[in-house]
Design a protein around this ligand. Structure first.
Ligand SMILES: Cc1ncc(COP(=O)(O)O)c(C=O)c1O
Length: 377
């Protein structure tokens, strides 16, 4: 029996880096500057360079990066924030946490990113921000999002958690709008060994505010004076040291992910619905996950597992029908694309260390799994 192919096998990423990581950790532990130490500062600089932004501020996780962004822009009660309905729950948590109202838009059936016509139509006098999510590693159409927001003075905060290193019209995500939040959760294209996140912006005042909020809003001139209620949300030095080592490989890992995606595209053409493809000059995706669509998704998932191929679902329950959003009054049927796709989407194994033979094995397993099922419409 062949080995199980995991959705993401991080042990295979660790092995070639093991000695370097352990040596670096020893240095960190000998120096014992565990918060806001030299690795954190250096990583922030390196991340700002990657994102082509003036500032990058390391925080505890991606959810906090979104939350601190909401706070920094003084978004709160009475304000509306537009965001797509198929994404991870963190955006909504951040919006609700500051007392604002999430306003959902459907996902575009072709790109899976936020529907631009619905975004434009969702703008009201109370809209304070739009949070486009670069879902699955593909940038949202940021020129279009910015064009909707700018005339109304609406803030645009990219959720770039799934798109580290992705580009849009040649420019890196993270610097395509007013600011951006990145998760560096362990399973992301660039992941910590645990939790981490980072916030980017070109705005000095917003950067200063996020920098304070992550440290109990302590006054930089006197750390015992708390100028407002902040958070304990610093990126820690151990994670920063590991992230710096891994960052040197991100571009190569992302390039390999694109190769794998192209192999899947070719092998699965006409078998299942495959992800959207664009010219490289417009979009350079990083394939955080490779999502196919198939009408009998749960059967396919079970059959893949029986063939020792893991798969995932990003995400099975759209946000408007989540219990945490019940008070917002949305109904089933309001977001037909996201609702239909929630029952069809399936994420195939995707990580840089997958071999060509494994990609072929996955594709063959998908072909076998769907051979007697109805085709995707
Ligand atoms: C799109 C998106 N936004 C936000 C988050 C939240 O990040 P974290 O888990 O680091 O808090 C994640 C992932 O976890 C994500 O995929």
């Amino acid at each position: 029996m062949a080995d199980r192919i995991r959705l993401n096998d991080l042990r295979r990423q660790y092995i070639p880096l093991r000695e370097e990581i352990l040596a670096t950790l020893d240095t960190v532990f000998q120096e014992m500057q565990l918060f806001l130490g030299p690795n954190t500062r250096a990583f922030e600089q390196e991340w700002a360079t990657l994102s082509a932004t003036k500032h990058a501020i390391g925080v505890d996780n991606g959810t906090d990066a979104l939350l601190l962004a909401m706070r920094a822009y003084n978004i709160g009660k009475g304000d509306e924030v537009i965001t797509p309905v198929n994404t991870f729950a963190a955006v909504v948590e951040a919006i609700l946490e500051v007392g604002a109202t999430p306003v959902f838009v459907d996902n575009d059936p072709a790109t899976y990113n936020l529907d631009l016509a619905q975004t434009a139509a969702a703008v009201t006098s109370r809209t304070r921000a739009i949070v486009p999510v670069h879902l699955y590693g593909l940038a949202a159409d940021m020129d279009a999002v910015n064009a909707i927001a700018r005339p109304h003075g609406i803030v645009v905060i990219e959720d770039a958690s799934q798109a580290q290193g992705a580009r849009y019209k040649g420019k890196p995500v993270g610097g395509l709008a007013d600011s951006a939040a990145f998760s560096l959760y362990y399973s992301k294209n660039l992941g910590a060994f645990g939790e981490a996140g980072i916030f980017t912006t070109n705005d000095d005042a917003i950067a200063r505010r996020v920098g304070m909020l992550r440290q109990h809003a302590a006054d930089p001139a006197n750390r015992y004076i708390h100028v407002e209620a902040g958070y304990n949300s610093r990126l820690d030095e151990v994670q920063a040291a590991i992230l710096r080592i891994k960052l040197r490989h991100l571009e190569a890992w992302n390039a390999r992910r694109r190769e794998i995606a192209a192999q899947y595209d070719a092998l699965l053409e006409g078998v299942v619905a495959t992800p959207p493809r664009f010219s490289e000059s417009d979009y350079t995706p990083v394939h955080y996950v490779y999502v196919i669509r198939t009408p009998e998704r749960d059967t396919v998932k079970a059959r893949l597992l029986a063939a020792d191929v893991e798969s995932g679902i990003h995400y099975p329950v759209p946000l408007h029908v989540q219990p945490m959003c019940a008070h917002l009054g949305y109904k089933v049927g309001q977001f037909p694309v996201a609702e239909a796709y929630a029952d069809q989407i399936l994420s195939l194994p995707m990580f840089a260390e997958l071999t060509d033979a494994e990609v072929e094995r996955v594709a063959l397993a998908v072909k076998h799994a769907v051979h007697d099922l109805a085709p995707t419409r």
